[in-house]
Design a protein around this ligand. Structure first.
Ligand code: ADP
Ligand code: MG
Length: 349
């Protein structure tokens, strides 16, 4: 039998490459919300307003009062691998969430996107893109900051569109993404609105928090006053790692592990090591099937953790996983051992 004929190898066309790459960064409305809100935070916004129609399936709009984008740089903002946040080397600047320069390019490839922006001392301008086709820069009206509108997410990739869930489920996921970022930035005011039913409904309103107790106040606003008032405060420092956390007393544990938030150097992450350590810290105090509510903040030298593992998965990799685990387990055990009332939660102190 002769071997099968060898097919020719071809390069994908650039539009196909963009759509495939986009799927890595944006999986659903919640990931678009995350990327756009991170951009607003990176721009130094003090106020970020998010609006959704049909849970973000029809429209996601993020408005901020940050630094804005110069008109002539609007096309670059939509270009893949273009960013203002690194100097082009493989070093992450911890002041920023962004570094890949992929989010806006991805959204431009798979949705109808409009980006309107104004920098101090210049006129506002806007640019639009649809399924990867980028239009010209045009004058626009905007008093300050940036407005990004994403319509018809995945209209250009029907296979992916099929995987979106209903408006309600997507709205909940988007709200959750926003809550995580809001906990990481207590000094910023957030609103989340639902534009679906013709009218407008405020789903979440978080005023800017300031001062020593800003983090606790934000956690109270996001996770509930009952949690923030009843939670145990943990502060543990070892070998250059600082852990600050609020964790519910074991008696307040819940039936599902839904309210466990972990932040590494100010970034919301979903890390198995840290979540496992959280569980282990409670040990026997937790009845089987019960889960603590907790917000855990771990800060360390950026060289000791890699946050650059996957564009959307929010995984991290620690250089010293055993040290991190024992810090978290030990911190929780000590705090839970005393079961004293919470006080003085301040990451900067
Ligand atoms: P990254 O955030 O990784 O740089 P993005 O595709 O998310 O990549 O954004 C590309 C660039 O567009 C950013 O580096 C930034 O310069 C600019 N930009 C995006 N969103 C905003 C915003 N809300 N305000 C100011 N600049 C923005
Ligand atoms: Mg970004």
């Amino acid at each position: 039998v002769p071997p099968p004929a060898s097919p020719a190898i071809r390069l994908l066309d650039p539009a196909a490459i963009d759509r495939i790459a986009a799927g890595e960064v944006v999986e659903r409305p919640a990931s678009a919300v995350k990327e756009l809100v991170e951009n607003a935070l990176d721009a130094g916004a003090a106020r970020i307003d998010v609006a959704l129609a049909e849970g973000g399936r029809a429209l996601i709009r993020v408005e901020d009062d940050g630094c804005g984008i110069r008109p002539e740089e609007l096309p670059l903002a939509l270009a893949r691998h273009a960013t203002s946040k690194t100097d082009g080397r493989d070093l992450l600047d911890l002041r920023f969430f962004g570094f890949r320069g992929e989010a806006l390019a991805s959204l431009a490839a798979v949705a109808r996107l409009s980006l309107t922006s104004r920098v101090e001392g210049r006129e506002a301008a806007m640019i639009t893109a649809e399924g990867g086709q980028v239009g010209p820069v045009r004058p626009a009206a905007l008093s300050r900051g940036t407005v990004v509108e994403v319509r018809d997410l995945f209209f250009a990739t029907p296979a992916r569109l099929k995987f979106l869930r209903g408006a309600q489920a997507e709205r909940m996921a988007a709200a959750e993404a926003l809550r995580r970022l809001a906990m990481a930035a207590p000094g910023v005011a957030f609103t989340l609105r639902d534009l679906s039913a013709g009218g407008e409904r405020v789903l979440m309103r978080l005023p800017a928090e300031t001062g020593e107790e800003a983090l606790r106040a934000r956690l109270a606003a996001v996770l509930g006053r009952a949690f923030a008032d009843g939670a145990i405060a943990i502060r543990e420092e070892r070998d250059g790692f600082l852990l600050t956390a609020l964790a519910s007393p074991p008696a307040e544990a819940r039936g599902a592990a839904v309210s466990q938030y972990v932040f590494v150097n100010g970034r919301p992450v979903k890390d198995r090591l840290l979540l496992g350590a959280l569980r282990a810290g409670y040990g026997d105090l937790l009845p089987a099937g019960r889960h603590p509510m907790a917000a855990l903040f771990l800060d360390c030298d950026p060289m000791r953790v890699d946050v650059n593992v996957h564009p959307a998965k929010a995984e991290v990799r620690f250089r010293e996983p055993d040290l991190v685990r024992s810090l978290v387990v030990g911190g929780l055990r000590r705090a839970l051992g005393g079961l004293h009332a919470a006080s003085g939660l301040s990451r900067s102190a």
